[in-house]
Design a protein around this ligand. Structure first.
Ligand SMILES: Cc1cc2nc3c(=O)[nH]c(=O)nc-3n(C[C@H](O)[C@H](O)[C@H](O)COP(=O)(O)OP(=O)(O)OC[C@H]3O[C@@H](n4cnc5c(N)ncnc54)[C@H](O)[C@@H]3O)c2cc1C
Length: 434
């Protein structure tokens, strides 16, 4: 039997082809149908593109407040100055010109599910869009911070753009013996390895710049490292020994941006040189308005990404909650958003054509984490649709099963993975936006 390995994963554009549902020819049946997509990030751009590619004459309107999407993927390397902002800036031109997606710059502010209408705030006033199907992929919003948090003083840089530049400038201003303090939000949050990756590349930057005695303190709200624990434990205690202090069970009690101080259940810090407070996360507001689970995300059907109350309103990407077999959340990643977008596009086209949903679906995700300026680790998570069980082993419904493809996580931290990271990222960028 052929084992699916990392090279196959890269060759298939980061598992994009391997995990995408392949729809039947449905174009004739869906002529004139209107789909509105909210959010032009990894989930939204992909679903808009594939609805047009697979859907013939289906009309697709993509709504986003920004003229470009700035990718969180690779953004930690913009913080350290290894990459430029233009490297992670992804435009909508190809979606418009090659794929025929209409782009409306604006913010979705209200859904009328009974009337199948979406209200969008634009620079020239509110516009109302009628839809047959609505797809929401607005990413994450932040939970309120305790205390006095001002992201313009102490950035999160967990949505890329101006926040990334601000954190980059603050890091560049650090001198010897200064302290960079960062928090890891309570899971589930966007990109499980992302905060640990940031700690590593910041520590590496301080080493390379000769900032003697400068260090990174990681205040983790969780009881342990949330992804690739072996790789990051090694990075914290060996590769970056003395430059990273990892603190578990550090629930944030109060943040004061003016003094760059933070109080947690494990440690209090005053006057950090840089305070990178990454708040707890929940579904983007427009998706959350449909109703959320206790963790703050919108439950969806894993075959269509439709909501229970409104099957023609779909939520994909970081905002959705997909039932999974092992009790762990399906990871919130750009790669996963891309995979969910294809399942969703296929489901919409089948529904418009009067066909049953495909039950043979799979999704997958990879995250590459740079650990130094030349090395990275690699993690994959893969899922297939099927029964899911409660703690007693009884079937409690349908959802996604985690499957082991034999190479997750990566076998350590190395230079090959660092190079592969760019191949993988460019594949995801192109598959979503080109
Ligand atoms: C530092 C970091 C590193 C990461 N590295 C990786 C990685 O290596 N691999 C990986 O797979 N993932 C990675 N991720 C995670 C990845 O960026 C997210 O999971 C992914 O962007 C989620 O896609 P999405 O479509 O749900 O949201 P997004 O890509 O964030 O897109 C949401 C879009 O919705 C728009 N929007 C929000 N509200 C509205 C509204 N009301 N109306 C209209 N538009 C709206 C926003 O402007 C935005 O463009 C990383 C994240 C971070 C922070």
């Amino acid at each position: 039997m052929h084992r699916f390995n990392r090279r196959d994963f890269l060759k298939s554009a980061g598992a994009i082809a391997a995990f995408a549902a392949i729809p039947k020819a449905v174009s004739a049946a869906v002529t004139g149908a209107r789909v509105v997509v909210v959010g032009g990030g990894f989930g939204g751009a992909t679903v808009a593109k594939y609805l047009r590619m697979w859907g013939g004459n289906v009309q697709v309107t993509l709504v986003d407040p920004n003229p470009n999407h700035i990718s969180c993927i690779l953004s930690n390397l913009v913080v350290t100055g290894a990459l430029s902002m233009s490297r992670i800036t992804l435009g909508y031109d190809t979606l418009r010109t090659t794929h025929g997606v209409s782009f409306l710059q604006g913010k979705a502010v209200g859904i009328d599910p009974a009337g199948n209408r979406l209200t969008v705030q634009t620079s020239s006033g509110n516009r109302v869009l009628d839809y047959d199907h609505l797809v929401l992929s607005p990413g994450v919003d932040f939970s309120p911070a305790p205390g006095n948090w001002n992201p313009n003083l102490t950035p999160h840089a967990w949505q890329a753009g101006a926040q990334t530049t601000l954190l980059k400038n603050q890091l560049a201003a650090m001198r010897s013996n200064d302290t960079f303090v960062m928090t890891v939000p309570k899971a589930p949050y966007r990109c499980p390895p992302g905060p640990y990756e940031r700690a590593c590349v910041v520590a590496d930057y301080l080493r390379v710049k000769g900032r003697t005695g400068a260090k990174v303190i990681v205040l983790d709200a969780n009881s342990d490292i949330q992804a690739e624990p072996e790789a990051f434990n090694h990075a914290f205690t060996v590769t970056h020994a003395g430059r990273i202090q990892y603190v578990r069970n550090a629930t944030v009690l109060s943040v004061d941006s003016a003094t760059r101080s933070i109080s947690t259940t494990a440690m209090n810090i005053t006057n950090a040189k840089v305070l990178n407070y990454i708040p707890n996360q929940r579904a983007g507001g427009i998706a959350a308005s449909l109703g959320v689970n206790p963790a703050g995300f919108v439950p969806v059907n894993a075959l269509s990404y439709g909501t229970a109350a409104f099957p023609n309103i779909h939520v994909i990407g970081d905002s959705c909650a997909v039932p999974a077999s092992d009790g762990k959340a399906v990871p919130k990643s750009g790669h996963m958003a891309n995979a969910q977008a294809k399942v969703c596009a296929d489901a919409i086209l089948r529904t418009l054509s009067g066909e049953a949903l495909d039950t043979n679906v799979a999704t997958g995700s990879a995250c590459y984490s740079p650990v130094t300026g030349r090395t990275a680790s690699w993690l994959s998570a893969n899922f297939i649709y099927g029964d899911i069980y409660d703690v007693n082993g009884a079937v409690k419904g349908k959802g996604m099963h985690r499957v082991d493809l034999g190479e997750a996580p990566s076998n350590g931290v190395n230079g090959d993975s660092y190079q592969d990271m760019f191949t993988w990222a460019d594949s995801i960028f192109a598959d979503s936006f080109k």
